[in-house]
Design a protein. Structure first.
Length: 107
């Protein structure tokens, strides 16, 4: 009997996605800091670097600001490819399963 497979978050890719979305929406780190009620900007920079993930509260506020669902910010470590497109002032995260990258490796 095989063990169930659990996925983990790819903190680096998640941080890069958050940074890109914040930048594309035109927010500065200081604006994000103010909206989230943070006393200093270091947590935001840690998210960007993939050192930490935002708390659920902060993720909820970010999702509201950027027009995404909370789970769209979180990149799983087994999701090799993803892209973000903008439609009607909303960002849509499209995720491609890891098998796509495996198919490309074979071809």
């Amino acid at each position: 009997m095989s063990k169930p497979k659990y996925t983990t978050m790819d903190m680096l890719m998640t941080g890069q996605l958050i940074k890109r979305l914040v930048s594309e929406r035109g927010y500065s780190v200081s604006e994000i800091q103010e909206k989230l009620g943070l006393s200093c900007p270091q947590p935001i920079y840690r998210w960007y670097k993939g050192q930490n993930l935002p708390s659920v509260d902060n993720l909820y506020i970010l999702s509201s600001m950027l027009g995404l669902h909370m789970e769209d910010f979180l990149i799983q470590s087994d999701e090799a490819l993803y892209f973000v497109e903008q439609r009607e002032n909303k960002y849509i995260v499209k995720r491609l399963p890891v098998y796509v990258s495996k198919i490309r490796a074979i071809a």
